[in-house]
Design a binder for this molecule. Structure first.
Ligand SMILES: C[S@@+](CC[C@H](N)C(=O)[O-])C[C@H]1O[C@@H](n2cnc3c(N)ncnc32)[C@H](O)[C@@H]1O
Length: 386
């Protein structure tokens, strides 16, 4: 069995280009100290249980692989021990969801690279989870820095507190509460580090950061993919920034989609056809996803079968939706539109607007956050698109 240093080095080597302080932090704060003895890893569209007591090598191997480790289901309503499974691979009941995890190391390192936390910094983390990122932040901010980490779920926070205590980490202050409000008692922050996805950036994070401070968050608008977001706060109380890359994170509790989902649409619909292949939009580059989300505010979901592909576009919590289906050999594609908003037509128009702009990639878009809300722009903050 390889030793911990060897596993850590192999993991670091697999993560691509990392800033040197992030590499040092990963060496100093090993992930296994923050992973519960019983947890789950993604496995062929399902989950596989890892148990340190019954199969220690599989547990160690999973902990030092670049993969997320699921530590809570359905806000704790479902325990890992409640799940039926064969050979450790479990069936999730309908409606069950992953609600806390140790994010994949490449994702953790990617956001930390962007944060550029330095010794002496005061950092607010939102979404403590296992406490691993908080401990990495404590290492990055050195002797006089301070990390305040907020977790909405008391049971998750309790586990994180145990992990931090057992590793002798006394520079992270844990707070149980809604991170969307930030933590005004600790402001001003040099850095705000968010490890749950947001569709709307709470202004509290900008207000509580000092001018020149940095806010890093996963931006998950709901249409297509998610994006890393790095904002810099101005002396005038705004924050501007761009989307440096891909980010996949579970969404902040208060910004989750209402339960139900698109498949509950059984009501009357208008049937038609479209010449636009739904795969063109469903598999469009990240820049198109950003543009369509900003121009329409709609969400999307892909459904893939052996011989068909369906793109759902929808407005949450309303009957307004469209399902567009590709089948092999067809030149036109079936469209079903539900409710009183022509959502497919809007999505197609937004997609062609993105094409008319010259198909800008993700890096050309940006966001400004102001007290009255956020706006998305193309190339420069004055060119608002949504
Ligand atoms: C992907 S996990 C965070 C991973 C964590 N940083 C780590 O190192 O293990 C996301 C966490 O955000 C928490 N969360 C969701 N909504 C929140 C909110 N409004 N305020 C604070 N925490 C929240 C979830 O309970 C979950 O534990």
């Amino acid at each position: 069995m390889p030793g911990v240093p060897e596993r850590v080095e192999r993991l670091i080597a697999s993560l691509g280009r990392l800033e040197e302080p992030v590499v040092q932090a990963m060496r100093a704060v090993p992930r296994h100290d923050f992973v519960p003895e019983l947890a789950m890893v993604p496995h062929d569209g399902s989950l596989r249980v890892i148990d340190r007591n019954t199969d220690s090598e599989a547990w160690w191997e999973a902990v030092y692989r670049d993969e997320s480790i699921v530590t809570q289901l359905s806000d704790g309503a479902l325990a890992i021990t409640d799940l039926a499974g064969v050979d450790g691979v479990v069936e999730l009941p309908a409606g069950a969801d992953y609600t806390s995890s140790s994010s994949a190391p490449s994702t953790v390192a990617g956001l930390l690279n962007l944060l550029e936390a330095e010794p002496g910094h005061r950092v607010l983390e939102v979404g403590t989870g296992t406490g691993w990122t908080a401990a990495l932040l404590a290492h990055l901010t050195g002797g006089s820095g301070q990390v305040i980490s907020i977790e909405v779920d008391p049971a998750v926070a309790e586990q994180a507190a145990k992990h931090l205590a057992s590793t002798g980490n006394d520079r992270v202050r844990l707070v149980v509460g809604d991170g969307a409000r930030g933590h005004p008692e600790g402001e001003p922050y040099d850095r705000v580090h968010v490890t749950c996805g947001v569709r709307a950036v709470p202004y509290a994070w900008v207000r509580q950061a000092r001018p020149g401070g940095v806010v890093v968050a996963p931006y998950v608008p709901g249409f297509g993919t998610g994006h890393e977001l790095r904002l810099v706060v101005t002396p005038g109380g705004l924050a501007h920034g761009r989307f440096p890359g891909f980010a996949s994170y579970m969404v902040m509790r208060s910004q989750r989609l209402p339960p139900g989902g698109v498949l509950s649409h059984t009501r009357d619909h208008r049937a038609g056809v479209t010449a636009v292949d739904p795969r063109t939009i469903g598999h469009a580059p990240a820049g198109a996803d950003l543009a369509i989300a900003a121009l329409t505010g709609l969400y999307s979901r892909n459904l893939i079968w052996d011989d068909a592909y369906r793109l759902w576009v929808f407005e949450p919590a309303t009957p307004r939706a469209a399902a567009v289906t590709w089948r092999p050999g067809q030149a036109e594609f079936e469209v079903r539109q539900y409710g009183d908003r022509p959502v497919w037509d809007e999505v197609v128009a937004a997609y062609f607007q993105w094409v008319a702009w010259g198909e800008p990639d993700r890096g050309r878009f940006g966001m400004t956050v102001a007290p009255e809300g956020q706006r998305i722009w193309l190339d420069e903050p004055s060119r608002t698109i949504g």
